[in-house]
Design a protein around this ligand. Structure first.
Ligand code: NDP
Length: 265
């Protein structure tokens, strides 16, 4: 049986095994998909052991190892290079080929499921980590009217902006302009906080989208709704879409995402 894993720390809570088994069932495929908790600081040894003992076809990589995975791979795709982070590895013989499906997962969820156009939209991305880089890289070819990035540590937003050719703004400055789409690509929700976005920034927002997902609306989602955003979404749809793209990379077939998302909800 073909074996797959999601690697993280902690990772026991991951929804990826359920998602990938639901995809496999659509094609009557039998796969093995398990979580594997790697010891932080020991990625290369843990991966060598996993490959030796389990011989996986592919792995997903989640927090905090996406940058380790990027450094580890023998070959990476352009979108992984733009994000400087790998969330999907395909093992081709002895070679590890790294990709990043987060950005395309986000775009497919926003355009396909939410029905919000990104072409011609003014888009604000909050955060400057791997997820923000992946989202900005995926937005770049779509013809947005403007893409700007804001981050708590402004210098990191500037670096991201220079690297990917978008403007860096401070959170305070975001109040001076109108934005149709505002994306929370920070991990602030993990500490039960919202990024310091002024209320007025949400005034014209057709969509406020938090990459995080939880049973309850996140602090960013509550802030956006209270501040007048027309629609507020969490990142569960993105999670399912990024998984579908990984499934396609490993197994060559594209699963239906809507029934899987409905089941998770
Ligand atoms: P990183 O650790 O690389 O980056 C974290 C970012 O969040 C940094 O920009 C950091 O700012 C900012 N941040 C952290 N805490 C706060 C706070 N209290 N207030 C304001 N900003 C804060 O994480 P990733 O980029 O890998 O992931 C970001 C989020 O996206 C995670 O929550 C992750 O779960 C989610 N995600 C969801 C996916 C999905 O499929 N739905 C896929 C990928 C990611 P600073 O630079 O100042 O430290």
């Amino acid at each position: 049986m073909k074996k797959f894993f999601v690697i993280g720390h902690p990772v026991a809570h991951s929804l990826s095994p359920v998602i990938h088994q639901a995809f496999a069932a659509q094609f009557d495929m039998q796969i093995s998909y398990e979580t594997r908790d790697f010891e932080p600081g020991n990625f290369i040894d843990c991966m060598a052991r996993l490959r030796r003992e389990e011989n996986p076809v592919g792995v997903n990589v989640t927090v905090p190892f996406k940058e380790d995975a990027f450094a580890y791979c023998d070959e990476v795709t352009d979108r992984a290079r733009a994000a400087r982070a790998v969330n999907t590895i395909l093992f081709d013989g002895t070679r590890a080929i790294g990709d990043n499906t987060d950005g395309v997962g986000f775009v497919r969820d926003v355009i396909g499921r939410c029905g919000v156009p990104l072409q011609g939209a003014r888009v604000l991305v909050c955060g400057a980590g791997g997820a923000a880089r992946g989202v900005v890289a995926a937005l770049k070819p779509l013809g947005c009217a403007k893409i700007a990035v804001a981050n708590r540590t402004h210098e990191k937003a500037v670096q991201l902006g220079v690297g990917l050719g978008v403007e860096a703004v401070t959170y305070v400055d975001t109040a001076r302009e109108g934005w149709e789409v505002i994306i929370n690509a920070t991990s602030a929700s993990l500490s039960n906080e919202a990024p310091a976005i002024p209320n007025v920034t949400f005034k014209n927002a057709a969509l406020a989208y938090d990459l995080m997902y939880a049973r309850q609306p996140t602090p960013f989602m509550r802030l956006a709704a209270e501040s007048g955003a027309a629609r507020v979404e969490d990142g569960l749809g993105m999670l399912v879409e990024q998984a579908a793209e990984a499934f396609r990379i490993w197994l060559g077939v594209g699963p239906e995402t809507a029934p899987v998302l409905a089941r998770l909800r």
